[in-house]
Design a protein around this ligand. Structure first.
Ligand code: T3D
Length: 271
């Protein structure tokens, strides 16, 4: 059930595009600050499967249409008014948010989140699940869950203390304050805050750089850094050895070394 009529029922809630190795996914419900409906989750999942299956994709960017990035769950997508039948939110997390976070983390390429505007609730934490987060100066991050009696989901309770420490994580999660993009960058929650006027060109430059990088090497970096969250030093050293062995056989490694020796720019193919 949707409490709001969509502005245009034929408008896709997810826009997908791939060009020059850059896959772009745009959350596209701008009038509702790109909040998630079941339909949008379905379209997003299909788009992520397209990226996964497209051998030409070497970087993914996730962003939002309009003035917001994503306001989390669409609170009007189903009836939760007092007196109505209770909703099983565990089912929603299991079906939609948990697989989404895991899919973003597992993609074997860098995932850049271009936070163009406010990121609230699950919208904030889905941004944090991406590998590199760049935010426009006018954007903000809000752990809005406490305002409606919920716990940060989509990995929020995991990412926040790891990125900014438990004191700040607890404050954000319990108070639900708006954290400016600039403060988020200063705290180490995100990679960078960029002036609005320079945001699009900055994101494009990063995407071009990532799309021309040794993709397998970047995927291995992602895997190794994620693994530190559950391993001890010895296991991590083993993983680094295994990844390095694998990458040593890659065409991009050979190209990188040959380019260095020849003092010319490398031409990586992602192989
Ligand atoms: O439920 C489950 O399945 C479990 C999973 C939960 C995950 C979650 O994400 S729970 C948290 C849900 N999100 C929120 O609680 C955030 C709600 N939104 C806000 O607090 C504010 O909209 C913002 C702080 C994000 C932005 O404020 P502002 O003043 O810039 O914009 P606005 O005027 O509030 O919003 C613009 C429109 O978008 C407005 O509609 P209107 O008045 O123009 O018709 C507003 O109602 C709508 N909107 C914004 N967020 C949501 C939303 N509509 C539905 N659901 C939303 N989350």
């Amino acid at each position: 059930m949707n409490g709001h009529a969509e502005a245009n029922v034929s408008e896709p809630t997810i826009l997908y595009d791939i060009r020059d190795g850059i896959a772009r996914i745009t959350l596209n419900r701008p009038d509702r600050l790109n909040s998630f409906t079941a339909a949008m989750h379905g379209e997003l999942r299909a788009a992520l499967e397209r990226v996964q299956g497209d051998k030409s994709a070497r970087v993914l960017v996730l962003t939002g249409a309009g003035r917001g990035f994503c306001a989390g769950q669409d609170l009007a997508d189903r009836a939760v008014a007092p007196g109505s039948a209770p909703v099983d939110l565990g089912h929603s997390i299991e079906t939609y948010y948990r697989p989404l976070v895991l899919a973003l983390r597992a993609l074997p390429m860098p995932v850049l989140c271009a936070v163009n505007g406010v990121a609230a609730g699950a919208g904030a934490n889905i941004a944090l699940a991406c590998d590199i987060v760049v935010a426009a100066r006018s954007a903000a991050f809000i752990q809005a869950f406490c305002k409606i009696g919920l716990v940060p989901d989509s990995g929020g309770t995991y990412f926040l203390p790891r990125l900014i420490g438990s004191a700040r994580a607890m404050g954000l999660a319990m108070l639900g304050d708006k954290l400016s993009a600039q403060q988020a960058a200063e705290w180490g929650l995100i990679w960078k805050c960029v002036d609005d006027a320079a945001f699009a060109s900055h994101v494009d430059a990063l995407l071009a750089q990532l799309a021309e990088a040794p993709t397998r090497g970047l995927a291995a970096i992602k895997r190794a850094l994620h693994a530190t969250e559950g391993t001890m030093l010895e296991a991590q050293l083993d993983l680094e050895r295994d990844l390095q062995r694998e990458l040593g056989y890659s065409a991009d490694y050979r190209e990188g070394v040959a380019a260095f020796i020849a003092k010319r720019p490398p031409r990586f193919t992602g192989e």
